[in-house]
Design a protein around this ligand. Structure first.
Ligand SMILES: Nc1nc2c(c(=O)[nH]1)N[C@H]1C(S)=C(S)[C@@H](COP(=O)(O)O)O[C@H]1N2
Ligand SMILES: [Mo]
Length: 241
């Protein structure tokens, strides 16, 4: 087993039959290299870079970001097809009520809309997406993390994982989302269900989610193991570790 194989094994300690083997290794390598070289890091804060303000008066564009009008697609080279009638969301780890939801269960939960900006670590930002789905705060009220649970890991159908502290996951504008701007989230953007955590760089918003795990200890995910920052707050420009 060579070094790369070992890395993938290490990361895919979950789903047998994920599509990791099909990942575009070159692409992963290139992004990993960028992370190590700390590309895209702005030399200094740019207070006057964009005059746009949020409703609360704060700047709308985090440091080092550029606004795009078209929504880019980023993945590991595979875009899993997950039919809704076979979709399942499994909760495990430190939770009092580790549910398994079908699509019908998911849609039977209270539904919420939020409007938020997307900030990708590769420096694009997309303003004003309207997402619909189930608030993470509602989800948490159902699954009830145990007192020791402090971190959340998302596991996706393409083998991707990413980690967030429980309190970031619980933020009031974070969603388990199924719709974007009035239509179902397209497959390439993570449909039928993806996570949306607007306060963090978009790599923390896992697409094609199949499992949500609660842990007492932090467990870095796919990009966090490859040089991305563990927290990923765009306002603090936490791009690379
Ligand atoms: N399952 C999965 N989720 C993922 C990724 C991925 O490769 N697989 N890429 C992440 C990264 S790096 C980004 S920037 C966003 C891209 O989402 P988009 O393609 O909808 O723009 O998804 C994040 N979630
Ligand atoms: Mo990204």
């Amino acid at each position: 087993m060579d070094r790369d194989d070992e890395k993938y094994r290490a990361l895919s300690g979950d789903a047998p039959g994920t599509l990791l083997g099909a990942i575009k290794e070159k692409l992963v390598r290139a992004k990993e290299k960028m992370a190590h070289e700390k590309r895209h890091q702005s030399a200094e804060a740019k207070p006057a870079a964009n005059p746009d303000r949020r409703p609360d008066g704060k700047r709308k564009l985090p440091p080092g970001q550029n606004v795009v009008k078209k929504w880019p697609v980023l993945d590991l080279g595979v875009q899993p097809h997950v039919p809704k009638d076979r979709w399942k969301l499994t909760v495990n780890g430190a939770a009092e009520n580790p549910v398994v939801w079908t699509w019908a269960d998911f849609l039977a939960q209270p539904q919420t809309d939020i409007v938020a900006d997307i900030h990708c670590v590769t420096t694009w930002s997309l303003y004003d997406s309207r997402w619909a789905g189930v608030k993470t705060s509602h989800f948490l009220s159902v699954v009830r993390p145990k007192p020791e649970a402090r971190f959340v890991v998302f596991h996706s159908h393409d083998g991707y994982t990413t980690n967030v502290p429980l309190e970031r996951f619980a933020e009031p504008d974070a969603l388990l989302a199924h719709s974007w701007n009035g239509a179902e989230i397209p497959r390439e953007h993570g449909g039928p269900m993806r996570i949306v955590i607007p306060s963090l760089y978009f790599w923390k918003s896992a697409k094609w989610v199949r499992q949500i795990s609660f842990h007492a200890e932090d467990r870095p995910g796919f990009w966090e193991l490859r040089g991305y920052h563990n927290n990923g707050d765009p306002w603090d420009e936490e791009r690379y570790g």
